[in-house]
Design a protein around this ligand. Structure first.
Ligand code: HEC
Length: 132
């Protein structure tokens, strides 16, 4: 009886946390960060470098085509942003850069893990993901 109850509470709180995370208000970057200019031109080399990191680090959540259907999504019951969402085109590069740098649970902060250049490369790559 006790263990069943514990299980129920666990399941309930787990679901609750995930729902609260994804249902919370839209994730906005500070205006100063959003207006930061992208210093890295979206060259083939930059996009390729971004794609390399993306397929190693981001695919598990955001999915190969940016549809938020990576393997971790089902496992962790999370709801990553769709990077294939046309709405992304309305967000400045600086805003995406800030989000990659800062993270937001359950998305890790990548500010320490990847150099500035690599984070801009990621932004450049995300821009090439077909939107639909
Ligand atoms: C553990 C899962 C996870 C991983 C790994 C992950 N993300 Fe995310 N990401 C999320 C979630 C969840 C959100 C939505 C956060 C929110 O809005 O509450 C998000 C949001 C974003 C956004 C904001 C999109 C928007 O509409 O504003 C960007 C950009 C992004 N992620 C890029 C990346 C990149 C680049 C990587 C790899 C370096 C990455 N993410 C790795 C889970 C993840």
């Amino acid at each position: 009886m006790v263990s069943v109850l514990a299980l129920l509470i666990f399941a309930w709180s787990g679901g609750g946390v995930a729902a609260a995370d994804s249902m919370s208000e839209k994730w906005l970057s500070p205006a100063a960060s959003a207006s930061k200019k992208n210093p890295i031109a979206p060259t083939q080399a930059s996009i390729a470098a971004g794609q390399k990191i993306y397929s190693k680090t981001c695919v598990m959540c955001h999915g190969k085509s940016g549809d938020a259907d990576g393997p971790a999504v089902i496992e962790l019951n999370i709801h990553p942003a769709k990077l294939s969402n046309p709405q992304l085109d309305t967000e400045p590069d600086g805003s995406l850069f800030w989000k990659i740098t800062t993270g937001k649970k359950p998305m890790p902060a990548y500010g320490k893990r990847f150099s500035e250049t690599d984070r801009w490369n990621l932004v450049n790559y995300i821009r090439t993901i077909p939107k639909h």
